[in-house]
Design a binder for this molecule. Structure first.
Ligand code: NAD
Length: 487
């Protein structure tokens, strides 16, 4: 590990429109995963810090919740412009703290901006409904209101996009917000807060408390918080869902994944290989919509495996800041160790290691790099098939028919996304109607919905009722009054 020449900056919490030193007694290093350089120190804040943020948010909610919706939307429009003006520096920050390539980081910033654009439609999104004659001289109307103080807890893998699934829409709907970013990627969150303030958001409407478990528990149990949005790994999502609901809160908890891509014998191989390489190894496989299992149907298997290995051999591994780099590091040393362990497990389970990312030069140098790794001959039930590895490791399973491939995919506990590569409408229809997954792609590798549609994982990939984004997001961040009137 190398240390910056100057002492790393100690991050502060953003509470009530000011940078406030945390009451923390412990701190964690924030690393650049490509160089192992310490970028900053993040405070492991306390429940007192959470309480201070909730009090600031409650105070701000008094006027923000009553601010006319078009005026709230105007702040979102200003914010959108500031994010566009700062697009490149935001993308650099994503690459710096997360490790993904600058090109991908740039795309991630776009996804975040799109969420702000969707939220700026609040005047339309928040409209109610009326029926003038439910009986003689009797009318009924539905009006939407904010829920109060909302909290968001986010993962490391999309420091820009995932927070933007939450706070812009919640705030546009008139809520105030307390965010706990991943302690592994906390830098971008601070920049998001600064720019929102610059856009004219009143102090206290958006707050950030840095930290880990104590902050999460402080949020889940705080009586002043009405709703919790969570995105992260499956065990934590389940814990957050159960604990926050037990404390009377609304919860949406988006969790882990093991996404299968089924490749039919009639698939366009050029397109399929390009899409799968990008979906399996882009962002170092650290995407909840990553393709981690390919199911090769019928006689396409050998050609597909050969083409994937050839394409993986051409991938440029390195610091995401450098031109031409496609595969950056995984997030931390222990995550790299865990990934290498999974490669060993796969070998011991009898899968065929057709490309070994441990042999790439980058894997033995500075930074948390693992080269693209491909296993063929993987069977359903093996650990490398079952577990979310969240790294550049791809498993290939062979199947005889589309029905067999779908049946295998449906055996996974996870059901975030699934893809099909085919030229046949009949295959597409069978896939759409029988696959158990919430986000489907046909002839593309990462079927992540845009901000105006819900991000709709199923099974253990999601806990709750209303998903993030789109109309689900509006429902989640508002509550309704039904007014029945006789004149
Ligand atoms: P993580 O679960 O380790 O952390 C997520 C958040 O929970 C962080 O803010 C962290 O501080 C907190 N946390 C972690 N452990 C905790 C504990 N024991 N108690 C209380 N809080 C805890 O997830 P991560 O490694 O940052 O992110 C990767 C995971 O997120 C993957 O599983 C990925 O699939 C998932 N993810 C899912 C989606 C989706 O839309 N379904 C999107 C992005 C990421």
């Amino acid at each position: 590990m190398t240390q910056s020449q100057s002492e790393p900056q100690v991050l502060r919490n953003w509470i009530g429109g000011q940078w406030i030193a945390s009451a923390a007694t412990s701190y964690e290093n924030v690393f650049n995963p490509a160089t192992e350089e310490v970028l900053a120190q993040v405070p492991i804040s306390t429940r007192e810090d959470v309480d201070a943020a909730v009090q600031a948010a409650k105070e701000a909610a008094k006027s923000w919740s009553r601010t006319p919706v078009p005026r709230r939307a105007r702040v979102l429009f200003k914010y959108q412009q500031l994010l566009i003006d700062n697009w490149e520096s935001l993308a650099r920050l994503v690459t710096l703290e997360n490790g993904k390539s600058y090109t991908e980081a740039y795309g991630e910033v776009q996804r975040g901006i799109e969420c702000v654009e969707f939220a700026a439609g609040a005047p339309t999104l928040m409209m109610g409904k009326q029926l003038p004659d439910i009986a003689s001289n009797l009318e009924s109307g539905m009006y939407r209101y904010p829920v109060g103080v909302v909290a968001g807890i986010t993962p490391f893998n999309f420091p820009m996009m995932v927070p933007c699934w939450m706070f812009p829409l919640a705030i546009a709907c008139g809520n105030s917000f307390v965010m706990k970013p991943s302690e592994r990627t906390p830098l971008l969150a601070n920049r998001l807060a600064e720019l929102f303030h610059e856009a004219g958001l009143p102090s206290g409407v958006f707050n950030i408390v840095h930290g880990a478990h104590d902050v999460v528990n402080g949020i889940l149990e705080h009586p002043g918080i009405a709703a919790v949005s969570f995105v992260g790994s499956q065990p934590v999502a389940e814990y957050v869902y159960k604990t926050a609901s037990a404390h009377g809160k609304r919860v949406q908890a988006l969790a882990g994944a093991k996404n299968h891509s089924i490749v039919m014998p009639d698939a366009d191989l050029d397109l399929t290989v390009k899409e799968i390489i990008s979906a399996a190894f882009g962002s170092a496989g650290e995407r909840c919509m990553a393709c981690s299992v390919v199911v090769a149907v019928g006689d396409i298997g050998d050609a597909l495996v050969n083409r994937l290995v050839e394409a993986a051999n051409r991938i440029t591994i390195g610091n995401g800041m450098e031109d031409g780099v496609f595969l950056g590091p995984v997030i931390r040393g222990p995550h790299k160790e865990r990934t290498l362990k999974y490669i060993e497990i796969g070998e011991n389970e009898g899968a065929l290691l057709v490309r070994d990312g441990r042999k790439d030069a980058a894997c033995s140098g500075e930074g948390y790099f693992v080269g693209p790794t491909i296993f063929d001959g993987v069977q359903g039930g093996m650990k490398i098939w079952e577990d979310e590895i969240f790294a550049p490791v791809l498993s290939i399973v062979r199947a005889e028919t589309l029905g067999d491939a779908i049946e295998l995919s449906n055996r996974s506990d996870f059901a975030n996304g699934a893809c099909l590569f085919t030229q046949s409408g009949a295959n597409m229809r069978q896939f759409r109607e029988t696959i158990d997954a919430g986000m489907l792609g046909v002839n593309l590798g990462v079927p992540a919905p845009m901000a105006f549609f819900p991000f709709s994982g199923w099974k253990k990939s999601f806990y709750g009722d209303l998903h993030a984004n789109g109309s689900d997001g509006v429902e989640f961040y508002t509550r309704k009054k039904m007014v029945t009137t006789r004149w």
